[in-house]
Design a protein around this ligand. Structure first.
Ligand code: BDR
Ligand code: CA
Length: 308
């Protein structure tokens, strides 16, 4: 089994990624670091705690991370995509109580699992960048990194040029893309095709073995409404973060190019834009960037886990 420490901002697609990680017997989720992004840090923390609780997995440590990017004071949230509290129409019960762990727990988790540990980041890059700054020696022990972010040679989803995770804190994204070894990035190029349809989600919600059966339908429906409005003609909605987690155990779901990713910092129109130096004379990089998804294989693998 793959031991995954997940950095995220649940958020609907992050939540589906959490569900998948809990349900896949080939994944052991060893911790969740929650950050600002789709919603506030505290809301994403409560959502992550609630999701693990629903599966009877409150043993998974929930570690609150960053509340804002390194260089900006103001943070924009996305209630129109993920709902006011991050789970579409679902509200975490008011009296729901949970334990949280200090940020330093990241260091202990790495020391415990060493080169068996895989770090996946499906949120803004701030918390992961912070871990590189605080625990440089431990971070070297980690086996590999998987990051959802960027859009290469194509439009972004938050501006014409930028994808949301890399736009949120480009300085931290650059730090992560530079420092992370064995790095795989799943940008929009691949994730925008990782589409679930209402029909597929209905099948999941009828699967009585799936502890998330009654939750997945309403949250997906909410999320899909946004995509219907913004991408007329699209059937269903892309679950970006889910693909990022799936690629850990299923690397052949996507095709890669090998370059080092860079992100534009600052406050110009190009903020958060991701690019690679692919001039004929430039050297290939060491980062694997997923640029194409094999859709049928994706659905097949997903069915194996969510419909079992
Ligand atoms: C990414 O941005 C977030 O808002 C989503 O959860 C996903 O991680 C897609 O661009
Ligand atoms: Ca996310």
């Amino acid at each position: 089994t793959k031991k995954i420490l997940l950095f995220c901002d649940p958020g609907i697609d992050d939540s589906i990624a959490i569900m998948y990680s809990i349900l896949d017997p080939n994944i052991e989720l060893v911790g969740i670091v929650t950050s600002y992004g789709n919603i506030t840090r505290d809301k994403s923390t409560a959502n992550a705690a609630y999701l693990v609780h629903l599966a009877g997995r409150s043993d998974i440590p929930i570690i609150p991370g960053a509340t804002k990017p390194v260089q900006e004071e103001h943070v924009t949230f996305y209630p129109e995509i993920h709902g006011e509290d991050g789970l579409g129409p679902i509200e975490v019960p008011r009296d729901f109580r949970f334990s949280i762990y200090p940020f330093d727990t990241i260091r202990f988790i790495i020391e415990k699992y060493k080169n068996e540990l895989i770090i996946v980041d499906t949120g803004r890059s701030t918390s992961l960048a912070t871990a590189f700054i605080l625990y440089p020696d431990q971070m070297k022990m980690v086996q590999s990194f998987y990051v959802m972010g960027g859009a290469f040679f194509m439009p972004g989803n938050i501006t014409a040029l930028a994808e949301a995770n890399f736009y949120g804190d480009p300085a931290s994204s650059n730090l992560v893309t530079q420092f992370a070894h064995n790095l795989t990035i799943t940008p929009l190029n691949a994730t925008q095709h990782a589409i679930l349809t209402q029909e597929f989600v209905n099948t999941i919600s009828q699967n009585k073995n799936n502890v998330y059966a009654s939750l997945i339908e309403p949250i997906f429906k909410y999320y899909q409404e946004f995509y219907k409005k913004t991408n007329p003609g699209i059937q269903g909605a892309p679950i970006h973060d889910l693909l990022t987690v799936m690629v850990v155990n299923n690397p052949t779901l996507v095709d890669y190019i090998h370059y080092d990713a860079k992100v534009i910092e600052g406050t110009t129109e190009a903020k958060g834009m991701s690019y690679v130096d692919c001039r004929p004379t430039s050297k290939k990089g060491k980062t694997k960037i997923a640029i194409k998804l094999h859709y049928n294989e994706f659905i097949k693998e997903l069915s194996n886990i969510l419909l079992r």
